[in-house]
Design a protein around this ligand. Structure first.
Ligand code: PLP
Length: 362
């Protein structure tokens, strides 16, 4: 069968693996002989129980999640975690230190300020977030309840290539745009979360991986949905979970396992990013704002010599079957997101276009 599919370089919702979409299509009307779609299925049914349990197991296998961590399947996007994290984790000093490396970290910081004594420990805002600031233990308050980072900065195209040393403080990471793209040592973090729509599944699912000792300390008046304990106690089934999204995430996890797991996916991501950055670095025509060692493997950000050419680039890319290459509205320029599901042909087509565009417009 021939598909008329574009290469979607969106930062999210973004491409899903074709094999996964095909499988979902095959099972859409009649899931495993049940005579119903997963969309229609009771979340209390034996079939759905198997779907959610298998999804969790596969995610645990992929990321080597230690047993003393809970995996929660929630709703509310990355944004709700900006609130749930301070509500649940500010349970001793009510102090937390944030590293500001972009808009998402800043939004998380601003939200947290409603709940406690929140401090900016380091920031690259003065350079419009073109690098990841270096930190050491002494940059963080020794009694902070947690230190917060946004591990991959989707808008600016930067990434923590080393886990910040926070000593024995609890490290919290927003991995919305990099979870499953690289191997990570979960035990170095107290909590990791990701909105699914960047690198995992359709929008509407948020995955939270949280160490058990951090659960159960929310204030008494916390709305029930916002308390991690609510979900942890009921295995993400306190209320109706986003069933279809969990099913889709499960298919992606299984697909990843089949592809060789996270290390194989990371190797593919590195190869694609090297190809793309290599093409950009070879051409003075393009400006690459992010410090080299902090570059993201997932979101490749650059500009042409003018706003007019940026717009032309976006338009012509679209005509060549490459959509959503426009930079985030807050920074402009070009952003090409190459998440796990981006095929090699997508990157090859883009690289060829990048060269041709520079030649024609220099
Ligand atoms: C997209 C994104 C968010 C916001 O996610 P929503 O699901 O839209 O709330 C937060 N953090 C990062 C790093 C993101 O890329």
């Amino acid at each position: 069968m021939k598909y008329d599919r574009v290469f979607n370089f969106s930062a999210g919702p973004s491409m899903m693996p074709l094999e996964v979409l095909e499988q979902a299509q095959k099972e859409l009307l009649n899931y495993h002989g049940t005579g119903e779609s997963v969309m229609e299925m009771s979340h209390r049914s034996a079939e759905f129980k198997e779907i959610i349990e298998q999804a969790e197991k596969d995610l645990r296998d992929l990321l080597n999640i230690p047993e003393n961590y809970k995996v929660l399947f929630l709703q509310g996007g990355g944004t709700l975690q900006f609130s749930m994290i301070p509500i649940n984790l500010l349970f001793n000093s009510k102090k937390a230190d944030y590293i500001l490396t972009g808009n998402w970290a800043k939004k998380a910081y601003q939200e947290a300020c409603k709940f406690g004594d929140i401090r900016v420990a380091a920031s690259s805002e003065e350079s419009n977030y073109t690098y990841i600031p270096e930190t050491s233990r002494s940059d963080f308050r020794s009694d902070a309840d947690y230190v917060y980072v946004c591990y991959n900065n989707t808008i600016y195209g930067s990434h923590f290539n080393e886990i910040p040393d926070v000593g024995d403080l609890t490290l919290v990471a927003d991995m919305s745009s990099c979870l499953l793209s690289e191997e990570i040592d979960v035990s170095r973090f107290g909590l990791i979360y990701a909105g699914a729509q960047k690198n995992i599944a359709p929008a509407g699912l948020t995955i939270v991986i949280v160490r058990e000792d951090l659960i159960g300390h929310a204030p008494k008046d916390t709305p029930v949905y916002l308390d991690y304990e609510t979900h942890a106690k009921k295995d993400s089934m306190y209320n109706t979970p986003p069933c279809f999204n969990i099913y889709m995430a499960g298919l992606v996890f299984r697909h990843l396992k089949k592809m060789g797991g996270i290390s194989a996916m990371h190797a593919k991501n590195v190869a694609q990013a090297e190809k793309l950055y290599g093409a950009l670095d070879a051409l003075d025509f393009y400006n690459k704002p992010v410090r080299k060692k902090d570059r993201s493997l997932m979101n490749v950000v650059f500009t042409t010599p003018s706003k007019e050419l940026d717009a032309k680039f976006v338009q012509e890319a679209k005509e060549h079957g490459m959509i959503n290459v426009k930079g985030h509205r807050s920074v402009g320029g070009i952003r090409t997101s190459i998440f796990n599901a981006m095929p090699d042909e997508g990157v090859d087509t883009l690289v060829e276009f990048i060269r041709k565009f520079a030649e024609e417009n220099a």
